[in-house]
Design a binder for this molecule. Structure first.
Ligand code: PEP
Ligand code: MN
Length: 265
């Protein structure tokens, strides 16, 4: 790979710069799958900030399997994320699905997320490679590590050196209990192949909130640089991904448990 030099990505947030990468504390990204309304996103931001998260996540543009499922509130949700950013000081991470939305999302977000379904959307990769905000590149659900790294290479080659790789579970033969198979073996493997920082997403990786704490701990034990965890004030009523979302109380308890695992969170 031509562009594998940055061992950390430094992200300016209202609360100060947050560095994600090898020698830094483990950064936690938390928040709902979708931005639903102002009250819930601000409340979630304040709760996850108090628990120790450094970034708020929340989808404005949602890649849903069914066209009849909630698609996200779009641009108006970006305004709600801005309100949550102002209230909490957290950096904002939100997904961009379409090249046409890159510019507006990059005005609001501190990090642009490329979702698993768009990992090989090459025009989108080139476009986010050609704007200033760091990019969180999720692994495609059936992508090999080499395909994932080459997707990252598109962003790097377009001129953006700030890429974080996010493992979010892959498809295998058994979906009876967990939604995906969270591939923690990427942690030691990627460390031999790239300097890019790594994030593990045990929420999409398992699809069930009760499995999230064990896999978050496993990810830290295996050397992750950062974690993404879905948190919703009322998971039973979430418009997307409720079953895998932790309550703010459960998230707070998990962060306290994670503190005993090596690097300070
Ligand atoms: C998400 O982060 O809400 C999401 C849709 O993730 P993925 O692309 O990993 O499915
Ligand atoms: Mn989700």
């Amino acid at each position: 790979y031509r562009h594998g030099q940055a061992s950390e990505v430094v992200i300016p947030t209202p609360n100060g710069d947050v560095a994600i990468g090898r020698d830094n504390p483990i950064a936690i990204v938390a928040g709902p799958c979708s931005v639903e309304n102002e009250e819930m996103i601000v409340e979630t931001a304040m709760r996850v900030k108090a628990a120790g998260a450094k970034f708020l996540r929340g989808g404005a543009y949602k890649p849903r399997t069914s066209p009849y499922a909630f698609q996200g509130h779009g641009e108006s949700a970006l305004g709600l994320l801005a309100a949550a950013r102002d209230a909490s000081g957290l950096g904002i991470i939100t997904e961009v699905m379409d090249t046409a939305d890159v510019e507006v999302i990059s005005e609001y977000a501190d990090v642009l997320q490329i979702g698993a379904r768009n990992m090989q959307n090459f025009s989108l990769l080139k476009k986010v490679g050609n704007q200033p905000k760091p990019v969180l590149l999720k692994r495609g659900m059936s992508a090999t590590i080499d395909e994932w790294l080459m997707a990252a290479e598109y962003i790097l080659a377009a001129g953006n050196p700030n890429v974080i790789l996010c493992e979010r579970g892959i498809r295998t033969f058994d979906r009876a209990y967990a939604r995906n198979v969270l591939d923690l073996s990427v942690l030691p493997v990627l460390k031999t192949l790239t300097h890019l920082p790594i994030m593990i997403d045990p929420s999409h990786g398992t699809g069930k909130s009760e499995y999230v704490p064990a896999m978050a701990k496993g990810a830290i034990a295996a050397g992750t640089d950062s974690l993404m965890i879905e948190v919703h004030p009322n998971p039973a009523r979430a418009l997307s991904d409720g079953p895998q979302s932790l309550t703010p109380d459960a998230f707070d308890a998990l962060v306290k448990e994670l503190a005993v695992f090596g690097k300070a969170v």
